[in-house]
Design a protein around this ligand. Sequence first.
Ligand SMILES: [Zn+2]
Length: 82
Amino acid sequence: MPSIRATCTECGDVDLVASDMRVRVCEDDNQGSYSFRCPTCRMVMVKAAEPRVVELLATAGVEVSRWQLPAELREPRGRGAP
Ligand SMILES: [Zn+2]
């Protein structure tokens, strides 16, 4: 399994394998993020991921989960209607 370099805010660059990481992509705005647990300090890091990065991680074998905003968020509230 190829190793993936990620950056921990405490430890700097760390090497991970695909199974250490998780990627989440919002289907509505295509915003992605990834998370991993640092192998050194055991802190969980969550970082934003551009589509390019998401693609790279997916190619490396990282599990990508896609999610959608709840539909209620898009419904107008009807506030201010006469
Ligand atoms: Zn760390």
